[in-house]
Design a protein around this ligand. Structure first.
Ligand code: NDP
Length: 621
């Protein structure tokens, strides 16, 4: 069925200057001088700490002393893809290390009620054609994704050499051994010729540093460590029946909270939703996968869907191009394409295109606000739930039960925007607008260390390259890489994530392209009998210059946005290019775009020279 544009308010009904001013006021209300420092890590007396595992008992074991060809740090989707690509490249001695008890990454840790993929699963789940698998629905359940991760790991024999329940605390390049020495919380000595950092973006939970948080005597946990023993139910059967006599507070209304809140509202005696910034919440439309549609798919369909989603979510559709994904992620560009189609696709400069896109953004956001109004009965609650910011300022969401939850008599929205977050916690609960609310349990859906300083994000005490240089000093003024995956003075080391590479709308597709690039370099290094490869300073400087010279400056856009991890909580810093910027993946991606980036790397690989890398021969080989 052809995907149609959505019914949105006409441009005449939207007063853009007035809305722009309203957006600004709403942003200013939330600007916090502390920036990233407003958050703390769940440590010490906090029950569900980052180190603990509520899902699987951690068994004691003797420290390992082990030599491996490639250590992959992280067993989430990027770590799994690294393992798969290495195996395909003929590199078999691959050791995956993770502090979880299994493969899965975020899908291992996050098992809160209602967890589903918020992206089109036909894009998000990698290797679908190769695995002969089809997600059961468009927004697949977390449990299904977790099981799919395990099945890929089984298919590619990644379990054979995996080390779980082991937290990497640091690593050092040993110049005598020409190996990375990996330090873990188990006292291991793991020596790896190559290391791939597949340690994820959303892995370290953070808590708001609310005054008095440690005085609270009731139950507390972070959503990434959900405690079903306390709430009742399980991930696959989220009947939270132990909450029926409990008063519960939940902090946050982001992607995670939104999925859990309908379940909490259904069971808790009282539920207080503490909201600082409302999310954009569209309808979900999540039917089971249609087997008739599956039969129509031709080989190569997933790559085609990725490319289509990239244009739908980020770059803009081509004339006449259908929208395969057809959901809230692609709505702005889909509607804009329909307008341009009706005008016979006029020639637009990039600036004109962005202006048209901005108007569409305001209209789509107005549709979202009207949606709240039509669903939430209490006027004040509906008003507080309306999002006032540009569509791409925060992650857009969809959920069919979220707004209805606020019509339940036991559920109360507490708007903490004017106090820039929850004011205070006490022994018995929390204080909002001067009133104490007693609660039995506080749940923190307060997100992860995404754009904070690297030591907080990675949790490594030591990370030293050649000559003992610390990565934290090396990148103190911002990333410096060759192609976003390697950096000078850190031989045989590869980064997967948002450093200085291309941005794909599908995170897992982006990771996959990076892992296959790393596997290529490692395969070549081994085939050529090299002890080490690392970017030369000159090649790195040239790439960094090119990266900065061609960067699209997102600073003004990000400045207008309400604070979040998308704009580093509105905290700017001066980058290595001397410009003020908000550190986030939006500001650290290749300006000429995904296709240009992939072509650049493809040409580099085709050339076959490993140009720009310093190749050190291995005397022992
Ligand atoms: P987020 O960082 O998106 O949300 C954190 C929430 O906590 C925000 O609502 C934030 O408010 C709130 N908060 C933080 N501090 C305070 C405070 N002091 N007082 C009140 N509220 C506070 O975390 P999530 O876990 O929701 O999501 C993180 C990311 O994980 C998503 O953006 C997404 O990328 C991913 N995810 C993906 C899913 C998927 O389906 N693929 C599902 C769930 C998550 P404010 O907005 O004002 O800062």
């Amino acid at each position: 069925m052809k995907c149609k544009p959505t019914a949105i308010p006409p441009a005449e009904e939207i007063d853009i200057p007035a809305l722009r001013e309203k957006y600004r006021q709403e942003r200013d209300k939330r600007l916090k001088r502390e920036g990233q420092k407003q958050y703390v890590q769940p440590v010490d007396d906090f029950e569900s700490t980052y180190e603990g595992d509520p899902h699987m008992p951690v068994k004691s074991r003797e420290p390992l002393s082990k030599e491996v060809e490639v250590a992959v740090l992280g067993a989430g989707i990027s770590g799994i893809l690294a393992g798969v690509d290495l195996k395909k490249a003929g590199v078999t001695d691959v050791c995956t290390i993770d502090h979880a008890g299994d493969f899965g990454g975020v899908w291992y840790w996050n098992r809160y009620p209602g967890i589903q993929c918020d992206n089109d699963a036909y894009c998000y789940l990698p290797l679908l054609e190769e695995m002969g698998y089809m997600p059961s629905k468009k927004f697949a359940d977390g449990a299904e994704i977790f099981e799919y991760c395990q099945s890929i790991a089984r298919r590619f024999d990644l379990y054979d050499n995996a080390i779980f329940h082991t937290l990497v605390k640091g690593m050092r390049w040993d110049e005598t051994l020409l190996r990375w020495r990996i330090i873990t919380d188990r006292g291991d000595d793991i020596r790896a010729r190559f290391v791939i950092m597949a340690n994820g973006l959303l892995n370290i939970p953070k808590l708001p540093g609310i005054p008095g948080i440690h005085d609270y005597k009731g139950k507390m946990f972070h959503t990434a460590r959900w405690e079903y023993d306390y709430t009742g139910g399980s991930q696959k059967d989220p009947v939270l029946d132990k909450l029926t006599d409990k008063r519960v507070g939940i902090v946050g209304t982001g992607a995670t909270a939104l999925q859990a809140i309908p379940h909490l509202g259904k069971y808790a005696r009282e539920l207080y939703v503490l909201q600082r910034t409302p999310s954009t919440v569209d309808q979900r439309i999540n039917p089971p996968t249609d087997p008739e549609w599956v039969k129509t798919l031709k080989p190569g369909w997933q790559a085609e869907r990725h490319a289509n989603f990239q244009r739908g979510a980020l770059e803009g559709f081509l004339p006449g191009e259908p929208d395969h994904v057809c959901d809230f992620w692609t709505e702005v560009n889909r509607n804009l394409a329909a307008e341009l189609e009706a005008e016979g696709w006029p020639e637009l400069s990039p600036e004109e295109f962005m202006e048209r896109r901005e108007v569409m953004d305001y209209r789509v956001m107005e549709r979202m606000r009207r949606r709240v109004e039509s669903m939430v009965k209490d006027r004040d609650t509906a008003e507080a739930l309306k999002p006032y910011y540009r569509f791409s300022c925060k992650r857009p969401l969809s959920n069919d039960d979220y707004y209805d939850t606020f019509n339940l008599p036991n559920v109360k929205l507490i708007d903490v925007s004017t106090t820039k977050g929850v004011e205070e916690m006490t022994e018995k609960g929390f204080i909002a607008h001067g009133k104490e609310y007693e609660v039995d349990c506080m749940i923190f859906a307060s997100g992860f260390e995404v754009s904070s300083d690297l030591d907080r994000r990675w949790g490594f005490d030591v990370f030293e390259g050649r000559g003992g240089v610390s990565i934290y000093d090396h990148w103190a003024d911002g990333y410096e890489t060759l192609h976003g995956v390697m950096t000078h003075a850190f031989p045989n080391l590869f980064f997967i994530g948002y450093y200085q590479g291309g941005l794909n709308a599908s995170t897992t597709e982006q990771y996959h392209r990076q892992t296959s690039h790393c596997a290529y370099v490692i395969r070549e290094a081994l085939a050529r009998g090299l002890a080490s490869v690392e970017p030369s300073k000159a090649a790195q400087d040239a790439y960094v210059k090119h990266f900065h010279d061609t960067a699209i400056d997102m600073t003004d856009f990000q400045r207008e946005c309400t604070p979040s991890y998308y704009n580093n909580e509105s905290e700017t810093r001066i980058g290595s290019d001397g410009r003020e910027k908000f550190r986030s993946f939006l500001g650290e991606t290749y300006g000429p775009g995904w296709t240009a980036f992939e072509k650049m790397l493809g040409d580099w690989r085709d050339q076959g020279e490993l140009e720009g890398l310093v190749l050190v021969a291995d005397p022992a080989r």
